[in-house]
Design a protein around this ligand. Structure first.
Ligand code: NAD
Ligand code: UDP
Length: 310
């Protein structure tokens, strides 16, 4: 059945893939974005579609719109962007989420709030299960995002308990794919751009820290299944295949066919050393698991960057 769906942050990396997927499934989509890190190009193919509407709006200001579902993604996700204006990041996470929850309550919409593996901070357990409460520095440079997202989760469960709002809380682990910004600052886009431009590959620290990279199509499938499920507790969505950052650099260099050298730069403060999702809950509740192997996903992402970069 066709539904009216609001996607906040819809002109961003994940949001634009989600809008595309929802339109293809026959829904009406209202894409809301303030273009802080989003781009019109990301949604250009949808602009003429009769079921798609673009609204320039900041979620820090309230808005009323009649919808059946809300995917609340609006928030910069890359450390360089969310640390550029930390007060604004906290405001987006807290005030923005409050406004979206108020809207969900008012119009009786189901709401998915994009949380993050950053709620686990620099984790002391490995892999990370949803029952782990995390190890977050509340006053470090990442706190604006990590604590902001933890507060967004607290708001979501409070609206669920107090007002009966139907919430969905994916904890998203590092996701990559086509349309990441060239200057996004996240590791996959940085390494691809550096290799394509024959510039040095910047490894922070010794490159021994790990991450687990999920291809965007897999994540969006998880979003859709989660929204349709009756599950309101937090749930990890990510690919459990773990790589060191050095391994990632070497894989991208080989796939691009680049001879870029590896250079080492200081490890940012509070950079988590290990990250890998335990996805047993997602498998059990959503019958979801990632299907796209890292090499295949990287090839598709590199092909997209090749078209954009000269
Ligand atoms: P992105 O930066 O590409 O997209 C975020 C979008 O939100 C952009 O279009 C931006 O312009 C918009 N936005 C930011 N602040 C806004 C505001 N105040 N009002 C309206 N729009 C605003 O990032 P992304 O990777 O697509 O991330 C989307 C969501 O997923 C974010 O909430 C992020 O925290 C979460 N997330 C992403 C990842 C990942 O690996 N991509 C991992 C964990 C969590
Ligand atoms: N990183 C790196 N070189 C870069 C960008 C990032 O070595 O040019 C490292 C970063 O220190 C972190 C990991 O790659 O350990 C992932 O960084 P990203 O910013 O993509 O996401 P995070 O998981 O830290 O939010």
């Amino acid at each position: 059945m066709s539904r009216r769906i609001l996607v906040t942050g819809g002109a961003g990396f994940l949001g634009s893939h989600l809008c595309e997927r929802l339109i293809a499934a026959g829904h009406e989509v209202i894409c809301l974005d303030n273009f802080f890190t989003g781009r019109r190009e990301n949604i250009a193919p949808l602009l003429d579609h009769r079921s798609f509407e673009l609204v320039r709006h900041d979620v820090c200001d309230p808005i009323t719109v009649e919808v059946d579902e809300i995917f609340h993604l609006a928030c910069p996700a890359s450390p360089i962007h969310y640390q550029r204006n930390p007060v604004r990041t906290i405001n987006t996470c807290v005030q923005g989420t409050l406004h979206m929850l108020d809207l969900a309550r008012e119009v009786h919409a189901r709401i998915l709030i994009a949380s993050t593996s950053e709620v686990y901070g620099d984790p002391l357990t490995h892999p990370q299960e949803e029952s782990y409460w995390g190890n977050v520095n509340p006053i470090g440079p990442r706190a604006c995002y990590d604590e902001g997202k933890r507060c967004a989760e607290a708001l979501a469960v409070s609206y669920a308990r107090q007002y009966g709002v139907e919430v969905r809380i994916p904890r998203i682990f590092n996701t990559y794919g086509p349309r990441m910004l060239e200057n996004d600052g996240r590791v996959v886009s940085n390494f691809i751009v550096q290799c394509l431009r024959s510039r040095p590959i910047t490894l922070f620290g010794e490159g021994k820290q790990t991450r687990s990279f999920c291809y965007v199509d897999d994540l969006i499938e998880g979003f859709v299944r989660l929204m349709e499920s009756g599950f309101s507790d937090p749930i990890n969505l990510g690919n459990p295949v773990e790589s060191t950052i050095r391994e990632l650099a070497e894989a991208i260099r080989a796939l691009v066919g680049s001879e870029s050298e590896l250079v080492f730069e200081p490890l940012p403060v509070d950079d988590p050393m290990r990250r890998k999702p335990d996805i047993r809950r997602a498998i059990a509740v959503l019958d979801w698991r990632p299907a796209v192997a890292l090499e295949i996903g990287l090839e598709r992402t590199i092909a997209d960057f090749r078209q954009r970069i000269r």
